[in-house]
Write a protein that binds this ligand. Structure first.
Ligand code: ACO
Length: 429
C-alpha cells in the first residue's frame, strides 16, 4: 500500500493525500484533489517544493551533485558522446545504435539551412541588437515558415519540428553573430560535424576558409552537452507552460529563449565574465566579496549558487577541466581571467558566508572563460546556451505533449489586494 500524507488545519479538519514514488529522488505528495476536497490552495512562489510534471528525462540530486540524462551520468556522456548523440538520447530515451545515429545526424544535417527569406528578418534588426533579442524573434518566426510541422497532435510533425529546431539553431545563432559583426552569413557545411559546422558558420568568411581545431570543437561540443538539459528549470518550465496551451514548438522555444536570457538563469555566464573583468585583479577579491556579503548591496557572486545544487555543480567540474584543455591548446595557460576565477573560487569556497549557504560554483562560472578563449563574443554566450538547451526543450516539450495527464498550466494565487469596492467617479477621488 502506498503512503499517505495527512494535512490538518483549522479546528479538527484533516485530509489525506497519496504519496507518489519516483524511480529515484524524493517522493511527492499528490495534491491534485486538494482544492476540490478542502477548498485550499498551496502557496509556493518560485516552486521551491512543487513538482510540475512527471518526467523520465533528467535527474538531479542537488545535495550529492549528481546529474543524469536518461539515467546516464553527465560525466560519462561528456567524455564519450557528441552533442547529437546526447540530443537523441534526451529526445528518444535511449542511446542510438549506429544506424539510428547515422539516420538522426543525417536528418539533422539535411535541415541545417534556414528558409532564405528568414535572412530578411536579420536585416530588420539593429546591428547592435543583443543576440538574445534576435534569437527570440527569429526562432518565434520559424512558425511562420514551417507550416508543415505545426500540428502538435501529429507525431511526425513533432519529430520534424524537433529536428528543425536542433538543426537550425546553430545556423540562427551564427547568423546573429555575423549580422552583429557586419560580415556576410555563411551557409552550413554538411560535410562537417554538428559543432564543427557551427564553428565554420561563426568563424569562416567567404574570402577565408576556417579549419576547425578538433580540440576546440570537442570543447564546444562538451559545453553543448553540459547545457543540453537540466530538468524543470525556469526556461524549460516556460517552454512546457507555453506548450501546455497547445502553442507550436517554435513559439514555445522562443518563450524559453526569452526566459533563459535573464541574468539569474542563462545570462549568468555573461554576467560572470563581466564580473571577473570588473574585479580585474586578485588583490580586489576581498573587497568584492565584502560587497557580495552585504545584505542590501544587490551584488552577487555570479556563477555561484544554484536552486537545486547545494554541492559542487558536476557540470562546473567538467567545465573547469575543459577550460584547462582549451587554454593549454591555445597557449593561454596564464590567462588573466582564468587565474582570477580560480583564485576567486578558492577564496569563496573557504569563506563562511558561502560555506554556510552551501553556495558552490555552477556551470556558468567557467563556461564564459572557455567560450571567450574559443573566440565567442561575450554577448553571444547565452545564445550558445540556448542552442544547447534546445535539445532539452524539444525533448521536454515532446514528453509533455505525449503525456495523457497533461493539462494547461494554470497556477492559482493568494489574493492580497483590495476586497470588492464600489467605483468612485473621478471628481470624487
Ligand atoms: N552570491 C551571493 N549570495 C548568494 C548567491 C550568490 N551567487 N546565490 C545565493 N546567494 C544567497 C542569497 O542572497 C540568499 O541569502 P539569504 O538567505 O541571506 O537571503 C541565499 O544565498 C539563498 O539564495 P537564494 O537566492 O534564495 O537561492 P535561489 O535558489 O532562489 O537562487 C540562484 C539561485 C538564482 C542561481 C542564485 O544562487 C543566484 O542568483 N546566483 C548567481 C547567478 C547565477 O550564477 N545563475 C546561474 C544559475 S545556473 C544556470 O542557470 C545554468
Amino acid at each position: 500500500m502506498s503512503d499517505k500524507a495527512v494535512l490538518s488545519w483549522g479546528k479538527g479538519k484533516s485530509a489525506e493525500f497519496p504519496v507518489l514514488e519516483g524511480s529515484i529522488g524524493p517522493d511527492v505528495v499528490d495534491i491534485r484533489t486538494l482544492y476540490g476536497t478542502t477548498g485550499l490552495f498551496t502557496y509556493d512562489p518560485g516552486f521551491l517544493s512543487t513538482g510540475s510534471c512527471m518526467s523520465r528525462i533528467t535527474y538531479i540530486d542537488g545535495d550529492q551533485g549528481i546529474l543524469l540524462y536518461r539515467g546516464y551520468p553527465i560525466e560519462q556522456l561528456a567524455e564519450k558522446c557528441d552533442f547529437p548523440e546526447v540530443a537523441y538520447l534526451l529526445k528518444h530515451g535511449e542511446l542510438p545504435n549506429k544506424d539510428q545515429y547515422n539516420d538522426w545526424t543525417g536528418r539533422i544535417t539535411r535541415h541545417t539551412m534556414v528558409h532564405d527569406q528568414l535572412t530578411r528578418f536579420y536585416t530588420g534588426f539593429r546591428r547592435d541588437a543583443h543576440p538574445m533579442a534576435v534569437l527570440v524573434g527569429v526562432v518565434g518566426a520559424l512558425s511562420a515558415f514551417y507550416h508543415d510541422s505545426l500540428d502538435i497532435n501529429d507525431p511526425e510533425h513533432r519529430i520534424i519540428a524537433a529536428i528543425r529546431l536542433i538543426a537550425k539553431m546553430p545556423t540562427i545563432v551564427a547568423m546573429a553573430y555575423k549580422y552583429n559583426a557586419g560580415q556576410p552569413f555563411m551557409y552550413p557545411r554538411n560535410d562537417l560535424s554538428y559543432t564543427a559546422n557551427f564553428m565554420h558558420m561563426m568563424f569562416a568568411t567567404p574570402c577565408e576558409n576556417y579549419e576547425p581545431n578538433p580540440v576546440l570543437v570537442r570543447a564546444l561540443d562538451r559545453i553543448l552537452i553540459l547545457h543540453a538539459d537540466h530538468e524543470q528549470n525556469a526556461s524549460t518550465s516556460t517552454v512546457r507552460l507555453a506548450g501546455s496551451s497547445g502553442a507550436n514548438p517554435f513559439a514555445c522555444v522562443s518563450a524559453g529563449i526569452a526566459c533563459l536570457w535573464g541574468p539569474a538563469h542563462g545570462g549568468a555566464n555573461e554576467a560572470a565574465l563581466n564580473m571577473l573583468e570588473q574585479i580585474g585583479d586578485a588583490s580586489k577579491i576581498g573587497e568584492f566579496l565584502k560587497k557580495v556579503k552585504e545584505k542590501n548591496s544587490g551584488v552577487k557572486l555570479m556563477g555561484f549558487g544554484h536552486r537545486v545544487y547545494r554541492n559542487y555543480d558536476p557540470r562546473a567540474k567538467l567545465m573547469r577541466q575543459t577550460c584547462h584543455e582549451v587554454l593549454n591548446e591555445l597557449g593561454l595557460q596564464d590567462d588573466r581571467l582564468f587565474k582570477l576565477a580560480i583564485a576567486l573560487e578558492k577564496v569563496a569556497l573557504e569563506d563562511d558566508y558561502f560555506v554556510q549557504k552551501k553556495l558552490y560554483p555552477n556551470v556558468d562560472f567557467y563556461s564564459g572563460i572557455v567560450q571567450r578563449a574559443l573566440g565567442i563574443p561575450v554577448k553571444l554566450f547565452t545564445g550558445i546556451f540556448a542552442l544547447a538547451r534546445t535539445a532539452g526543450w524539444v525533448a521536454q516539450w515532446n514528453e509533455m505533449i505525449a503525456d495523457p495527464e497533461q493539462k494547461i498550466g494554470r497556477p492559482r494565487q493568494l489574493y492580497i489586494g483590495a476586497p470588492r469596492r464600489e467605483y468612485v467617479p473621478i471628481d470624487k477621488r
